[in-house]
Design a protein around this ligand. Sequence first.
Ligand SMILES: [Zn+2]
Length: 451
Amino acid sequence: MRQILIFAALATGAFAQYPVDPGPRDPQIVAALKQVSPSRIRSTIEKLVSLQTRSTLSAQDPASIAAGHGIGAAREWIKSEFESYSRDCGGCLEVKTDTFTEGPADRIPRPTEITNVYAVLNGTDPENAKRVVLVTGHYDSRNSDTLDATAAAPGANDDGSGTAVSLECARVLSKLKFPATVIFLTVAGEEQGLNGSHHFAQMAKAAGWNIEAVLNNDIVGGDRSPQQDSSVVRVFSEGVPLAAGDADLRLIRNLGGENDSTSREVARYVAEVARTYDSGVKPMLVFRLDRYLRGGDHSAFNREGYPAVRFTEFREDYNHQHQNVRTENGVEYGDLTKFVNFDYIAAVARLNAATLASLASAPAPPAKVHLLTKELQNDSTLTWEPSPGGRATSYEVLWRATTSAEWEHTQSAGNATRITLPLSKDNVIFAVVAADKEGHRSLPVVPIPER
Ligand SMILES: [Zn+2]
């Protein structure tokens, strides 16, 4: 077994500081980001809003679809959009639907058919194509009454904006090829109880899909209130995983692992991507599952054990969400197109596209990453198995102080699968990353102790 011993580095201060070096830019990703179009995003949102309501309980019969009203019309339009992108790339997207009947339940008075619509850009490398990265938004909408199936529920921001991000990522990334698979998803039933995403995540789990990251965009419209900061998008990630069992919780408790869920590593990866590619918006990492009193589709994936984060604008205007369209005492209520900022949504779409493309280009993360804890020692030895799929040419160890939010230092291990560092494992948190020869980096994997 090859091993690297690094002691001189500490004396000379030769450890690279992370993220001072933003890492190499991939020219094909830079070019794809330039294709993201605020005016395409605008027409997507205008089209969705024109359907009057996309309540999950609204009409989906052929006559309503033909008339352009209700959730059925939304579903068919999204499907036709994905199909048109696929025609433009020589049939590179597989456009699919996932239909099921839900209820009756709390917010679903009678059994209701719910359909998720998605497009799959299959990976070009047979082994790596089994790895999936996924972007999602919900195309259903609501007004003041969750059970109102007919009155206007424009949902321009919530979540026309997230739907537009999934569609725009599909349009620009379908022109590229990646070793791993990218899925562009739009779900329904979010406002009735995350029904679409629950069904999709359970289907993925049952089929054994290896989803490395889910990016959920919900309310990324950049509402034009005066207090908005349109240079920032929040990225929420769970700490202690919803899917953690008793043994996981014991380990988290013993190691101080509550800040290193796989979802949080995805959030940190988004921050790294934002430093590498200029998207026009900066992520503000929020270390909690979601906002107070609110939930979202990422949690449905978290429940099945998948890493998933939520993107949401910096400041929400509650007069423009979950409200009947009306004016009262001079205040305008309703989730209308005029309140959203298409340039902002385009910036969020760029950050999503850059993250998806970086992950889909990268090798699989290293396997079985262990930190040796057989004896009391002031050095730290990490071991791992090569990244599955054969694309990794080198590995890097990252670490940070236990009190730090993001990775602070990096040390290359070359192509070795074992490294000893002159650092006490008691004082830092380590992770290992796989990289290919162009410098695409995998998600980091935090080691488990080996005794
Ligand atoms: Zn929403």
